[in-house]
Design a protein around this ligand. Structure first.
Ligand code: HEC
Ligand code: HEC
Length: 404
């Protein structure tokens, strides 16, 4: 049973997803067991963001933004409101699609209003409330301020200023009671950030097969192959030195920046382009097209220097934040530019040891993993999918069409 069967109203997201459904929902929960009774969805979401789930730490709520059901209700409305973009077409949820693990399966790199491309892949918003550094280059530290960037980026929601969005909200009668209930005050930039922060910190899922096995003591939760994959992840392949697993909980990231060689390799390809280029014309439909034809109608591909773009320290070139790996099987494609289509390709990148690049982290080296070991490592990554994703997506869509 997939989440789509439960949607009451067909949506653009639904139509797009069914073109390429990668069959990733196998681990998903049965919608009939999603919590529905006992109060409103926002009260349940509040409870979740205050509880500690198996394998996860406690959600770190900022002292000046304690969560309430009212802030969460408002935050979700803002997250889904397309009118927050310059031309009323684009909401946060269109790049962070609930049914696609709050990421986007269809696009390597995001596309904003009027078809303008973003140079990076949209990460999942699930469990993002645990992170101290946001974006692939760590250029923001808080969900209370992060949202300003997509609102005003020309290739995302393209507002000419954030003041324009605040003024829009102040002029909308439907928002007055929501801000009043949440803050006892009218819309402001600060209050938008607090509401969006409170909402996004409810999007938490632990309790994966790995969590049940490692933290819950259920020896049957992982298959033999997944158990071997865990060993490889910890020891031979040394993945866990960056994608950290701690004693009490695991985010699968050290929240540090590393040069895996991947960003440098992509830059070499950008500087030495092949005569043709692969163009995606629909989800999972590609054509090889003469590069000159593409260049005549589009902006040239942008360089991506990763962490350097935040610090301007030459040593930080091509460093990217270690991504968290929870639910990673649910959020293809991979890496900061989404150019690796599946987990297999990521493992192959690591197994080959990345490109020959002088500033590469020494842990990225040929791993000599054999066929079965590659299967095992992939099986382990599949074990990081939480059972609650389907329910999170359903909750996000409650009260359609208000939040589509
Ligand atoms: C056009 C697509 C698009 C839209 C619209 C969009 N995002 Fe994003 N989002 C992205 C991309 C791409 C990134 C990564 C950008 C980067 O690292 O430079 C991102 C990153 C994030 C992150 C950081 C996640 C992490 O792991 O570090 C958060 C949180 C987030 N977005 C929330 C929002 C919110 C809230 C909105 C609406 C106000 C929004 N996004 C609108 C594409 C989008
Ligand atoms: C030196 C630290 C380091 C080590 C060791 C490491 N990784 Fe990574 N990993 C990263 C960084 C940094 C990225 C992001 C690279 C980028 O986007 O350009 C990443 C990206 C990934 C991604 C893509 C996630 C996504 O959402 O796009 C996966 C999957 C992954 N690593 C799995 C592994 C596995 C499996 C191993 C062991 C074979 C491993 N990593 C070893 C730092 C590391």
């Amino acid at each position: 049973m997939s989440v789509f069967s439960r949607l009451k109203t067909p949506t653009l997201a639904l139509i797009m997803v069914t073109v390429w459904s990668p069959g990733l929902l196998a681990e998903q929960s049965d919608p009939s067991v999603c919590p529905t009774s006992d109060g409103s969805w926002s009260e349940r979401a509040l409870e979740r963001s205050l509880s500690t789930q198996l394998g996860l730490p406690t959600v770190p709520h900022p002292v000046d933004n304690p969560p309430t059901a009212e802030k969460i209700t408002l935050g979700r409305k803002l997250f889904f409101d397309r009118r927050m973009s310059i031309n009323g077409t684009m909401s946060c949820a269109m790049c962070h699609v609930p049914e696609q693990g709050f990421a986007n399966w269809e696009l390597q790199t995001s596309v904003g209003v009027e078809g303008r491309s973003v140079k990076r892949n949209a990460p999942t918003i699930i469990n993002t409330g645990f992170l101290d550094v946001l974006f692939h280059d760590g250029r923001d530290m808080s969900l209370e301020t992060q949202f300003i960037m997509p609102l005003i980026s020309r290739n995302e929601m393209a507002n000419p200023s954030v003041g324009r969005v605040v003024a829009y909200l102040q002029g909308q009668p439907e928002y007055q009671p929501l801000f009043d209930a949440a803050f006892g005050a009218p819309p402001s930039l600060d209050r938008m950030g607090k509401a969006l922060g409170a909402y996004q910190r409810t999007l938490t899922t632990g309790g994966s097969a790995f969590d049940r096995w490692y933290y819950g003591g259920d020896k049957t939760a992982l298959s033999d192959s997944q158990t071997r994959g865990f060993e490889l992840f910890q020891v031979k392949a040394d993945c866990a030195s960056c994608h950290v697993i701690s004693d009490q909980s695991a985010l699968f990231t050290d929240q540090e920046f590393h040069n895996t060689g991947y960003g440098w390799q992509r830059e070499q390809i950008r500087q030495n382009p092949s005569p043709t280029t692969r163009v995606q014309v629909a989800p999972n439909v590609f054509h090889e097209i003469d590069r000159a034809v593409v260049a005549s109608v589009s902006a040239p591909p942008q360089a991506d220097l990763g962490r350097y773009e935040v610090t301007e320290d030459p040593d930080d070139r091509w460093m990217f934040r270690t991504p968290a790996l929870r639910n990673v099987a649910m959020t293809p494609p991979y890496m900061h530019d989404g150019a690796l289509p599946d987990l297999r390709s990521v493992i192959e990148f690591y197994n080959q040891g990345g490109p020959d690049h002088v500033f590469k982290d020494p842990r990225i080296r040929p791993l000599d993993l054999k066929g079965q070991e590659i299967d095992d490592l992939e099986a382990f990554l599949q074990a990081l999918t939480s059972p609650g994703l389907d329910c999170l997506a359903a909750e996000a869509r409650i009260n359609a069409p208000d939040n589509f």
